[in-house]
Design a protein around this ligand. Structure first.
Ligand code: 2AM
Ligand code: CA
Ligand code: CA
Ligand code: CA
Length: 259
């Protein structure tokens, strides 16, 4: 299939710009909040509304594409052939509900299973991280400088709260070797930190829509994206993922007790 990554990138940026404006307005409105799997797992009317809006726009401009999305308005996707859009309408819904900041909206695009373009908007800062291997990486119109390959001892690490608190895989041993520990609560916001070198590692259990956009951009930035068991990343399943500088990911894999 012939795809124009520049055109897709421009489409994603203009779409997320609209999404961001809508969500900044929505964030101060009364919202209806429901729980999904547990009391920490929230969904609002705005997650659903935003996903419908994004998916409709994708269907209009890329009718041949399939969509994998969190809140149920996507397609049933069984393989990665063709053009696949991964959509997380609000990433960090708990932050959206409780704080009104540190939440994102993300779209990752793959072609025949290969990462193509990712885009993430930090909604309250109105900054869009976007691009891929072919066209380079940007925050809005500014090129992103490649993050330095720092070791664990020189950088901040971010681990999801459930994983850090339960000390899964003895992850606290990795945290203790770092410069410090942060828990931002939005994969999208953390991918922005990794791309700009503000943090050197993120470890979390992530669903495909949590990972898709960030994986495209982090790999294009020379960062390492691996699953905890060393298997190739599977974009159709949830998995525990480590993203970080080459040095940090290799140190983490040596430190973690994965069996
Ligand atoms: P969400 O807000 O889109 O659900 C919070 O620690 C981060 O992990 C957010 O990016 C959140 O995305 C994601 N997250 C929350 N619960 C999750 C789950 N059960 N599986 C995978 N990702 C999850
Ligand atoms: Ca969710
Ligand atoms: Ca998410
Ligand atoms: Ca979400």
């Amino acid at each position: 299939m012939n795809v124009d990554s520049k055109e897709i990138d421009e489409f994603l940026v203009s779409l997320l710009r609209k999404v961001g404006k809508n969500l900044r307005e929505d964030s101060i409105k009364k919202m209806s909040v429901a729980t999904k799997k547990n009391r920490n797992d929230l969904v609002t009317n705005f997650d659903k509304k935003t996903e419908k809006f994004i998916n409709n726009e994708i269907k209009q401009f890329y009718p041949e594409a399939t969509i994998v999305s969190e809140e149920g308005y996507g397609d049933l996707v069984k393989d990665m052939s063709g053009l696949v859009f991964f959509v997380d309408p609000i990433d960090g819904t708990m932050n959206f509900v409780k704080r009104g900041d540190n939440f994102a909206s993300m779209i990752g695009v793959y072609i025949d299973g290969q990462p193509l373009i990712g885009a993430i908007i930090d909604v309250m800062d109105n900054e869009i991280y976007h691009g891929g291997k072919e066209i380079g990486l940007y925050i809005d119109n500014e090129k992103i400088n490649t993050p330095k390959n720092l070791p664990l001892v020189e950088g901040l690490v971010d681990v999801s709260a459930p994983m850090a608190l339960s000390n899964r895989f003895s992850v606290q041993d990795v945290i203790k070797k770092s410069s410090g520990f942060r828990v931002y609560g939005s994969a999208g916001i953390i991918f922005g930190h990794l791309l700009t070198g503000k943090e050197v590692m993120y470890m979390s259990y992530l669903a495909p829509w949590d990972l898709a956009a960030g994986r495209v951009m982090c790999e294009a930035a020379g960062l390492s994206v691996v699953s905890i068991d060393g298997a190739p990343i599977n974009m159709l399943e949830s998995q525990v993922v480590i993203v970080g500088t080459q040095k940090v990911v290799s140190e983490a894999l040596k430190t973690l007790k994965t069996r």
